[in-house]
Design a protein around this ligand. Structure first.
Ligand SMILES: Cc1cc2nc3c(=O)[nH]c(=O)nc-3n(C[C@H](O)[C@H](O)[C@H](O)COP(=O)(O)OP(=O)(O)OC[C@H]3O[C@@H](n4cnc5c(N)ncnc54)[C@H](O)[C@@H]3O)c2cc1C
Length: 355
């Protein structure tokens, strides 16, 4: 009989898990409190990369997930990332050389470019840098559209607008979830609930520390010129989507952002727009901005795997980069194909404590 799996949360992590678990033969039901991709996923910049990382194990997981993205795209070509590559000049001089050497030592593809080479690759830049690194294997997706595509292709039963109130526990084993329309039973429950995960763990007597990491993402009105790469300047990342909008997180180094509050988003937006106008020497008008809360576990690293018998967690920042890899590896574990060495450093036990 097919294994019955409940996934709580339909962001990119829950949707990716639904896709992979369904393909592996499980009977999957997804519960989403509001609409798919309505939380962090729908407010994300969408960059897939392993050039940002906290330690070698984190880099390995990110690089492996980039490979998993390629395997997933072969199965679902309509949800394939745009592997456009990244031009990076967040640091210059010694910092840039160190970044290139560190990544090359990890076996990550990286080229050093002169300012003239950058200008030739990106003619729309009015202020090209003196030098930059190119990470040719990186890409980006539109996370909300991709989440919907994965859910739809999974064939999973999706309950949108249905909040999971609590988990059902019998003799130390999680056996299902409680909702407003009644209980649902499962062989295994996965929390892909992002920042809301601690609220479902507390009644079990478990504490998962999380950091508060808001991010502001602006979208300009569409422009006709084309930015070919994802760009990382000392001030923020920038990319253009297929419809022509320029997207930019309004913070430097947004992936490792340490901001805890956003007291005045308008000031951030104005400063970012001014920098973008100068960088491209173009009239750029604000289309919209969003504030999203990144799901960042207490030590900044992913939390993936078994938390209690019958219950797994999949909670992570950089969830767009990591979605395909985490979904592949956790699916293999839950369907009995053995533990993934890639996840060994990211187990819930290192952070979970009894209340
Ligand atoms: C501004 C910004 C920029 C980012 N840029 C990048 C980037 O460039 N690259 C990258 O890799 N990552 C990036 N991230 C991080 C990435 O977007 C997140 O790690 C990822 O979206 C997390 O996905 P998720 O599915 O775990 O969580 P979420 O998208 O937050 O989804 C969790 C879902 O669970 C649902 N839920 C919660 N509790 C319940 C409940 N009790 N019952 C039912 N449903 C529930 C919520 O409604 C929500 O839809 C960025 C994030 C932000 C905010």
């Amino acid at each position: 009989m097919a294994q019955k799996i409940i996934i709580v949360g339909a962001g990119i992590i829950g949707a990716s898990l639904a896709f992979h678990l369904s393909r592996a033969g499980a009977e999957v039901t997804v519960f989403e409190a509001t609409q798919p991709a309505s939380a962090a996923t729908g407010r994300s910049f969408g960059w897939i990369n392993a050039s940002f990382y906290a330690n070698p194990a984190h880099h390995r997981l990110r690089a492996a997930s980039m490979q998993a993205w390629h395997r997933q795209s072969a199965l679902l070509p309509e949800a394939a990332p745009n592997w456009q590559g990244c031009l990076w000049w967040e640091e210059e001089g010694a910092g840039l050389s160190r970044k290139a050497a560190d990544l090359a030592a990890l076996g990550y593809p990286v080229d050093a470019l002169t300012g003239a080479e950058v200008a030739a690759l990106e003619p729309s830049l009015a202020q090209p840098p003196a030098q930059a690194l190119r990470f040719p294997t990186e890409g980006a997706v539109e996370p909300a559209a991709l989440t919907r595509a994965l859910l739809s292709a999974s064939g999973a039963k999706v309950h949108a607008g249905l909040f999971v109130k609590s988990l059902i526990e019998k003799s130390g084993q999680i056996t299902g979830v409680r909702t407003a329309i009644g209980p649902f039973a499962a062989d295994h429950v996965i929390l892909a609930t992002g920042t809301a995960t601690p609220a479902l763990l507390t009644p079990l007597g478990l504490d998962l520390p999380m950091l508060t990491r808001p991010g502001v993402l602006l979208h300009t009105k569409p422009v006709p010129w084309r930015l070919h790469h994802i760009i990382v300047t000392p001030h923020q990342e920038i990319r253009q989507d297929a419809a022509g909008h320029i997207l930019a997180p309004a913070a430097a180094n947004h992936q490792a952002d340490t901001t805890e509050t956003v007291p005045d988003p308008h000031a951030l937006i104005d400063a970012t727009l001014s920098r973008l106008r100068a960088l491209f020497n173009a009239e750029l008008a604000l289309d919209r901005y969003v504030i999203g809360y990144r799901p960042v576990p207490g030590d900044g690293l992913p939390v993936v795997g078994l938390a209690r018998a019958g219950l797994s967690l999949a909670v992570t920042h950089s969830g767009v980069t990591l979605a395909a890899g985490i979904a592949e590896a956790l699916t293999a574990e839950i369907t009995g194909q053995g533990d993934s060495p890639l996840l060994a450093d990211f187990r819930p036990a290192r952070l979970l404590s009894a209340r």
